[in-house]
Design a protein around this ligand. Structure first.
Ligand code: ADP
Ligand code: ASP
Ligand code: MG
Length: 408
């Protein structure tokens, strides 16, 4: 008989303390009695991962990345064991595994490793023994058995990848909100829950700062067409389905708004306006493994131009060092930076066929005296870099302007 396989992932806030772990255990048992095979992926308790990271940075400003992965992966080892203990305490059989134990093999890119293969034999075997399987999220192991992590928020990726490897019927992501909202409900209380959203839109929202799902997990879900149900671990309500396509979408121009405060801006002033200089600057930055995001180059009237770009704030020092070196070599001027920026974006597949959206966005920001420092667009999104102090105002007024909210 075909087995019904359910993969569930519980995020850090869902298992933040012992009471929550016990109530998650009960919820898992309920699912187990309805569906016969349940595999659970769990994140570290509450803010454990942040705390582990802070401890390392109290010792060194540049801790070795291999050791960071050894350290940061331990949070999930604690939570998966505690959850298995809680399930056993309720009289059900459970077994917990680390990423390595369930054959999640990755490349060697410590702190943001990519999954290469999963050998789900051990999980399948435990399922045939009628056990509830608990897997530590966010981690894998290299072919040399070194522990790696999958980037922050990586338990989402573990869940989606396991759903693919096990050919699961459903992948449920349990978190502290009851679905995907039109914008972060912590910032805008009028934010509205979205019933269904496409992989493309969710991928764009996640990449542009909606923390609720890790972007890489959506990439995998999209590639293998694995529908995801995002829902709350504190209620029984239906959440949001992330799916391939949604027929009703045509009418909606803007589906959601995101804000990303984790980038910084670097500007190289007075760059000689010659072929090849941009290539030299960005080659140098990419050599040190820093991802450059948004780039703006001004028009040159004086045979010199300014080039600005954004990088993850965590990489700012590394990027500045490399940029200053190359600026000197190409005889550019000063290199300046700004940490207080935010990227506010509007996202929606309907944008492709609705003209005038960008103008409405810029006008809304102007009406609120918010200066736009950089602009970038994709097929289904428009982003503006603005000063961080104005970001909440920008999100709230754009949310209102595009009529995304519910009336409360
Ligand atoms: P978990 O610990 O379960 O992985 P996260 O903290 O990573 O949870 O993600 C959930 C949080 O994402 C929510 O508390 C919410 O504030 C934030 N968030 C940001 N944008 C959105 C959005 N558009 N919809 C829902 N939640 C969002
Ligand atoms: N604990 C990891 C983090 O905080 C992974 C996750 O929660 O998904 O990033
Ligand atoms: Mg998360």
């Amino acid at each position: 008989m075909e087995q019904y396989i359910l993969v569930q992932k519980y995020g850090g806030s869902s298992v933040a303390n012992i009471d929550r772990i016990k109530s998650v255990a009960k919820r898992i048992i309920e699912s187990k009695t309805k569906h016969n095979q349940v595999v659970v992926v769990v994140s570290a308790l509450g803010d454990t991962t942040d705390e582990l990271e802070q401890m390392a940075f109290q010792i060194s400003s540049k801790p070795p990345e291999r050791e960071m992965d050894m350290l940061m992966s331990t949070g999930e080892q604690i939570s998966c064991a505690l959850l298995a203990i809680a399930i056993e305490a309720e009289g059900y059989e459970a077994i917990s595994f680390t990423g390595a134990q369930v054959g999640i093999k990755t490349d060697k890119t410590y702190t943001k490793a990519r999954i290469q293969t999963i050998d789900a034999k051990r999980i399948r075997h435990a399922l045939t023994e009628d056990k509830i399987v608990i897997v530590a999220g966010y981690q894998g192991v290299t072919h040399n058995n070194d522990i790696t992590t999958l980037g922050r928020g990586g338990s989402d990726l573990t869940a989606v990848a396991l759903a693919k490897a096990l050919k699961a019927n459903v992948c449920e992501i349990y978190t502290d909100v009851d679905g995907i909202y039109t914008t972060d409900p912590r910032i805008v209380k009028e934010a509205k829950k979205i019933k269904t959203i496409t992989f493309d839109e969710m991928l764009e929202m996640a990449s542009l700062g909606a923390q609720v799902m890790q972007a890489r997990s959506i990439e995998v879900a999209k590639r293998f067409n694995i529908p995801i149900h995002v829902r709350s671990s504190f209620s029984k309500e239906e959440g949001t389905m992330i799916v391939k396509e949604n027929e009703k979408l045509e009418d909606i121009d803007v589906r959601g708004i995101t804000c990303n405060k984790s980038e910084a801006k670097i500007t190289v002033c007075a760059v000689p306006d010659q072929p090849g200089v941009a290539a030299r600057i960005f080659n140098e930055v990419s050599k040190i493994g820093v991802n450059v995001d948004l780039i703006v180059q001004n028009v040159s009237h004086t045979r010199h131009t300014d080039i600005s770009f954004t990088v993850p704030r965590t990489d700012l020092n590394k990027a500045l060092e490399a940029t200053k070196k190359i600026a000197e070599k190409i005889k550019a001027g000063e290199v300046v930076h700004d940490k207080n920026i935010a990227r506010v974006s509007i996202v929606g597949s309907g944008m492709r066929s609705h003209p005038g959206i960008a103008a409405r966005m810029f006008q809304t920001l102007a009406d609120n005296k918010i200066n736009i420092e950089m602009i970038s667009t994709s097929e289904i999104s428009i982003s503006c870099i603005i000063h961080q102090d104005s970001s909440d105002l920008a999100v709230k007024t754009l949310h209102k302007k595009f009529k995304l909210g519910r009336t409360i």
